[in-house]
Design a protein around this ligand. Structure first.
Ligand SMILES: [Zn+2]
Length: 166
């Protein structure tokens, strides 16, 4: 039986390989400004169509490599520990469709009827990293959170833990 140290090394190798496969598979593409505006519009449209005038709801939208946009949302489950991010639905669908994610945004409508951008949480950043360090993520402008600023994922994760394997 292999020692725990050997097993840990093997596990790290598997993790490393599984992480790198998408990076070699997906080509780096830069979305246009119009594409990114479509992502914002898709979020706003889903909030309007799914939740009507109800405040305090959020959704997500992603731009795929083929130019299509996927949206998603998640309920507040009765047991809060089972809650998932709004990004989860389009992230999983992108994998099903074998499409790279070029941009990702989460938008939330506040009680005051403002649409504010929510930066991807740490878990979503981790999930998005399988699409490489290049995807754009929507973050709030520092002075006005109703305005979306698009930045590269690697700008959010300058010390990403797998960098030591590069
Ligand atoms: Zn998240």
């Amino acid at each position: 039986m292999a020692s725990p140290k050997v097993l840990a090394s093997v596990n790290l190798l598997v993790l490393r390989v599984s992480w790198r496969l998408p990076l070699t598979h997906y080509s780096s593409q830069t979305p246009t400004t119009a594409d990114l505006e479509r992502v914002v519009a898709a979020c706003r449209e889903l909030i309007e169509t799914r939740f009507g005038g109800e405040p305090d709801y959020g959704v997500a939208a992603v731009l795929l490599g083929d130019g299509s946009i996927l949206t998603g949302t998640s309920p507040d489950f009765p047991n809060p520990s089972t809650t998932v991010c709004h990004e989860t639905e389009p992230y999983l669908a992108a994998f099903r469709l074998n499409q790279p994610i070029l941009a990702s945004l989460c938008l939330h409508r506040t009680e005051d009827d403002y649409f504010v951008a929510l930066s991807p949480c740490g878990i979503c950043q981790e999930r998005l990293m399988m699409h490489g360090p290049d995807p754009f993520v929507g973050v709030p402008e520092p002075e006005d959170s109703t305005q979306v600023r698009w930045i590269r994922l690697d700008k959010m994760m300058p010390y990403y833990w797998q960098r030591v394997f590069d």
